[in-house]
Design a protein around this ligand. Structure first.
Ligand code: SAM
Length: 420
């Protein structure tokens, strides 16, 4: 039995081992030698910001984005040809600087209401990608709130060494025009290895990070409703087998306990609905003896533990997908996909060759809001991506001539959660 921590020092994918599903997922995504993030990922950057006001409508934005995407991939291929390079885009990049400015407005307004002038404005960003959000937020505060800027400290916690160096070089490259270096610290480590107590009030940003946090897989006995936890076995020839046992490890057991105690609202779950019908279906010939899997966000719960333990006065701002198309079978199930020859190829299970596939989960905000509240004792609000931006962005900046506004209409499957 191994864990993702034990596997970090391995240069080759392991054989003849077993591990919990969350360790398999974490190893696939983050192993420093063969993991998906260290090896494959590039985050798309559009170059110059899009000039939305000069576009006729939303389809024109789509066309321009397609052109820039192709040019970006052509440039990468000219440097190092790679048929399986993984390319993503995020709202931070597509709508820069307006998306970052909206978040900056939210931060400064809240800071002025609660902590100014007693405390500095301390912002932590978990997983800063290309570093674009950091620069856009700092530019905005410097240009519009110089007094606050003088007291602003921006700290990035970034697991990927490649992305941490990219963030540093972005900062250096533009240092003369932006002058932010004195305000920034880039900390290259996983947030799960965090061990410094931060007594000061601070803001904690996590945008599109939760989706790649490892989950455990649980199935239930349809008659007794007893949970069973997934272990993945990798055999001699490197094939993957999943099996389920009644032994629930302490982390998954705690998640189930906290969720049971904290959740006040109904949520999607394999045991919801009529017990009678479920048991009837399970008695049919060839019916499986377990429900379909439910993927539970155990790593996310551990992130909330880190916030409670080390950042007691934080205020969280997070955004992520609440739904994802083409997911594998199950509840709260991930999308598992790769890009090959510039096409996205989804597959039907997370237990595939480690490092070649993105494994991204939707976030059930109804559940995680209650779990976060229970763990940290803080008040929260969840809203649609569009609602947050309508409140905090200058939406005119991203409007096309027809009035269509891609920054508001894209990412309909994302939500924002803030805490106080
Ligand atoms: C999808 S990218 C999002 C980047 C950026 N926030 C944006 O919206 O453009 C996820 C980021 O989180 C980082 N990350 C993932 N897990 C992490 C962890 N456990 N600790 C620190 N950073 C992490 C990744 O390396 C990457 O920078």
């Amino acid at each position: 039995m191994v864990t993702s921590d034990i596997l970090r020092s391995r240069r080759e994918r392991p054989k003849r081992v077993k591990m919990l599903a969350r360790d398999f997922i974490e190893d696939s995504l983050y192993n420093p030698h063969y993991g998906y993030f260290p090896k494959q990922v590039v985050i798309f950057s559009p170059g110059q910001p899009f000039d939305f006001n000069s576009m006729a409508n939303e389809p024109e934005f789509y066309t321009q984005l397609g052109e820039r995407y192709t040019a970006f991939e052509d440039a990468l291929d000219a440097e190092v040809p790679n048929e399986s390079r993984q390319l993503w885009h995020t709202p931070t990049e597509l709508f820069r600087p307006y998306y970052g400015e909206a978040i900056a407005r939210y931060l400064v307004t809240n800071y002025k209401l609660s902590n100014y002038p007693l405390h500095d404005l301390i912002i932590y960003e978990l997983g800063a990608g290309n570093g674009t959000l950091m620069l856009n937020i700092l530019d905005f505060i410097r240009d519009f709130e110089p007094d606050v800027y003088a007291r602003t400290k921006f700290k990035v916690i970034e697991i990927s060494s490649a992305l941490a160096s990219l963030q540093t070089s972005q900062l250096m490259k533009t240092a003369s025009s932006r002058g932010h270096t004195d305000h920034v610290e880039i900390i290259n480590r996983s947030v799960f290895a965090w061990d410094t107590y931060v007594p000061a009030p601070c803001y904690f940003l996590a945008l599109e990070v939760f989706d790649n946090f490892a989950h455990d897989s649980i199935r239930y006995d349809p008659f007794t409703e007893e949970p069973l936890q997934c272990t993945v076995l990798i055999d001699n020839s490197g094939d993957f087998w999943e099996f389920y046992t009644k032994h629930i490890d302490p982390v998954a057991a705690r998640f189930l306990r906290v969720r049971h105690a904290a959740c006040s609202r109904p949520f999607d779950h394999p045991l919801q609905g009529s017990r009678f019908i479920r048991q009837l279906k399970s008695r049919l010939p060839l019916a499986p003896n377990m429900t379909v899997p439910e993927y539970v966000p155990t790593r996310l719960m551990q992130f909330f533990d880190i916030l409670r333990e080390y950042f007691p006065l934080h205020q969280l701002l997070t955004s992520d997908f609440h739904a994802l198309p083409d997911a594998v079978k199950g509840y709260n199930a991930p999308v598992v996909q790769t890009r090959y020859q510039r096409r996205t190829v989804p597959v039907t299970t997370p237990y595939v060759q480690q490092g070649y596939f993105d494994i991204l989960f939707p976030t059930d905000f109804a559940v995680i809001e209650d779990v976060y509240r229970a763990i940290t004792g803080k008040l929260t609000r969840v809203m649609a991506h569009e609602e947050f931006l309508k409140r905090w962005a200058y939406v005119e900046d991203s409007a096309t001539k027809s009035g269509e506004n891609p920054m508001l209409s894209w990412y309909k499957n994302s939500s924002v959660m803030i805490s106080t």
